[in-house]
Design a protein around this ligand. Structure first.
Ligand SMILES: [Zn+2]
Length: 89
């Protein structure tokens, strides 16, 4: 269950697996999303052990930033809602 508070990309999708292409052995392997969430994070190829630095292209970067912003807005609204409910008591 997702607790509707302090939503971040990491706790929403952190355990999802994404595919990474290894430039060294050309194999595709899967890593957890949280490991590539930050630009320039590095992962190790599951096949050949090559260290791969993950660069986000502009589209990815923008999507991540937008999603992050939306989640922040959501968290703020949720806080306000929570405060409003407390007033009724
Ligand atoms: Zn490799």
């Amino acid at each position: 269950m997702i607790i509707l508070k302090d939503l971040t990309l990491e706790n929403l999708f952190g355990d999802e697996e994404v595919e990474v292409d290894c430039p060294s052995c050309n194999k595709t392997f899967q890593v957890e999303f949280k490991k590539v969430l930050t630009p320039n994070s590095s992962v190790e190829c599951a096949n050949c052990g090559q260290e791969i630095v993950i660069n986000h292209d502009e589209t990815t970067e923008k999507s991540l930033k937008d999603a992050d912003k939306s989640l922040n807005e959501f968290n703020k609204s949720f806080d306000k809602l929570e405060k409003a409910f407390k007033k009724f008591r």
